[in-house]
Design a protein around this ligand. Structure first.
Ligand code: ATP
Ligand code: MG
Length: 265
């Protein structure tokens, strides 16, 4: 049985169908990529899984049990933690305080010692007492990751963790995600526009386009899927400044890695 099962989830915002009968599974211990052009519904799916949004219909099961009746603040206690596409730290609190807050929902008492251990994992021990807002963007993203990890989740949802990172940092992030998956025995659901990163580290990939799931499979299969290439090329048409790529497989890669999110919401 999969750790996470998303079953036929539909969510509308007025006339927009952000998720349209979406189903996918995330197997325990895997890194599962969730990709798709801007506005495809990826963040909305995360917001449903973490109970920030209530779907109009469908079901979300964790270990076979519905989580849709649990309030959002109980989700961490069920073993689901996340980072946000737009960083959501307590700006005036220190790095350490932000991490301690992350442990709160798990119903465990976490002291500074445990928080510092997680700060070591992300390499931020020496910044523990800095106000979060004073740190560069890339470092703030690591604070968010530490805050999610200290809750000792089973399922970690990462919403564009590579956003704003340079080429080398994106590579290192990939290695880091694999390492924490192993060290913390995590299952990871990864939303990313950096196609090289997703394809390199994912065991399985689901693709959304306009709220619908259009493909699922191992990275090599999904990358070569005509429906996926078409979805990204369609999205690419909106960007007049983007160069078309010469062949199918790399088109997905080039298009996506060169496409910054339009909407930082
Ligand atoms: N709170 C909201 N109210 C109204 N519409 C919303 C809301 N959140 C998302 N949407 C709409 O739902 C659709 C899916 O948005 P979502 O943010 O999930 O896309 P995404 O795949 O995460 O895109 P991106 O790659 O740009 O982050 C979009 O059309 C978006 O405008
Ligand atoms: Mg998003």
């Amino acid at each position: 049985m999969a750790l996470l099962e998303v079953r036929d989830v539909t969510l509308r915002f007025g006339g927009i169908v952000a998720l349209d009968g979406v189903s996918f599974d995330v197997e325990e211990g895997q890194i599962s990529g969730l990709i798709g052009p801007n506005g495809a519904g990826k963040t909305t799916a995360f917001n449903v899984i973490t109970r920030l949004y209530k779907p109009d219909s469908g079901e979300v099961l964790l270990d076979g049990s519905s989580i849709l009746k649990a309030p959002a603040h109980k989700i961490v206690g069920k073993g689901v933690a996340r980072t946000f596409q737009n960083i959501q730290l307590f700006r005036t609190m220190s790095v350490l305080e932000n991490v301690l807050v992350g442990a709160h929902g798990r119903g465990r008492r976490v002291g500074p010692k445990e928080a510092y251990e997680v700060l070591d994992v992300v390499g931020l021990r020496e910044r523990a007492l800095f106000p979060a807002a004073a740190l560069p963007y890339g470092i703030q993203k690591r604070v968010e990751l530490a805050r999610a990890l200290v809750a000792k989740p089973r399922l970690l949802l990462l919403d564009e963790p590579a956003g704003g990172l340079n080429h080398e940092e994106v590579y290192e992030l990939g290695e880091f995600i694999r390492k924490i998956r192993d060290d913390f025995e995590l299952t990871v659901l990864l939303v990313e526009h950096h196609m090289n990163l997703v394809m390199r580290i994912s065991d399985d990939v689901n693709v959304l386009s306009f709220g619908r799931k259009i493909a699922n499979g191992p990275p090599s299969e999904v990358q070569a899927d005509p429906a996926v290439i078409e979805a990204y090329l369609g999205a690419d048409d909106e960007h007049d400044d983007d160069e078309p790529s010469p062949n199918g497989t790399s088109q997905v890669s080039d298009t996506v890695s060169d496409t910054e999110p339009e909407d930082e919401a």
